[in-house]
Design a protein around this ligand. Structure first.
Ligand code: TMP
Length: 214
């Protein structure tokens, strides 16, 4: 029987470099001969990606209700877990996911102000006991991160249109999640040049890797 694969998530606000660093984590693991599945939330499966479109569409003709937003996120997550994440972990693959449920506690909990217990009950319903083995929280001041997003020049999606105070609350909620699960989280200072950030991520992965393989 295969040992179960590991589940690694990357978290943080907009513009902190999650996508670039997700690729780095995948490379690190592939170099060690592992099967790696790179994925993201919301999304990760065709139906999940369709739900993502609904969530990010800034169409203001029909504002999206907060509970509808929350349920769509968990609907996409249920599909993602059933179709991609759990089967991959069960066959021994390592799953590297750009955002997961900590993002829901940060954006819907911190940003929107939805009660954490309501989010927690959906988490229990959809995930059962499954939690990431490691979460890399890429952290940097909100203003600098927003400058990076603006510099990309893309039309802002429904979340990127939120105000600075929303993203301050998101950042704070991420810190609260990390404080509540210090063994699962590694907080990375993402304000530094990319090379320094990547060197630290490699170092932290190496430390975990030795731990996981003893
Ligand atoms: P991305 O642009 O970083 O891929 O993420 C898409 C947006 O979805 C991002 O603004 C954060 C938001 N989001 C939530 O609000 N809650 C969630 O649970 C997840 C996974 C993402």
């Amino acid at each position: 029987m295969h040992p179960r694969g590991r589940f690694i998530t990357l978290e943080g606000g907009e513009g902190v470099g999650k996508s670039t660093n997700t690729t780095l984590v995948c490379e690190f693991l592939r170099e060690r001969g592992l099967e790696v599945v790179a994925t993201r939330e919301p999304g990760g499966t065709p139906r999940g990606e369709a739900i993502r479109e609904l969530l990010l569409d800034p169409d203001e003709l029909e504002p999206l209700d907060e509970d509808a937003e929350l349920l769509l996120i968990f609907a996409a997550r249920a599909q993602h877990l059933a179709r991609l994440i759990r089967p991959a972990l069960e066959r021994g693959a390592w799953v590297v996911c750009d955002r997961f449920t900590d993002a829901t506690f940060a954006y819907q909990g911190g940003g929107r102000g939805i009660d954490r217990q309501r989010i927690g009950s959906l988490e229990a319903l959809v995930q059962g006991a499954l939690q990431p083995d490691l979460t890399l929280l890429l952290d940097m001041p909100v203003t600098a991160a927003r400058e990076r997003v603006v510099a990309r020049g893309n039309a802002p999606d429904r979340f990127e249109r939120e105000r600075g105070t929303f993203f301050e609350a998101v950042r704070q909620a991420y810190h609260a999640r990390a404080a509540a699960a210090p063994r699962r989280f590694e907080i990375i200072d993402a304000a530094r040049p990319l090379e320094a950030v990547q060197a630290e991520i490699r170092q932290r992965l190496q430390a975990r890797w030795s731990l996981w393989n003893t």
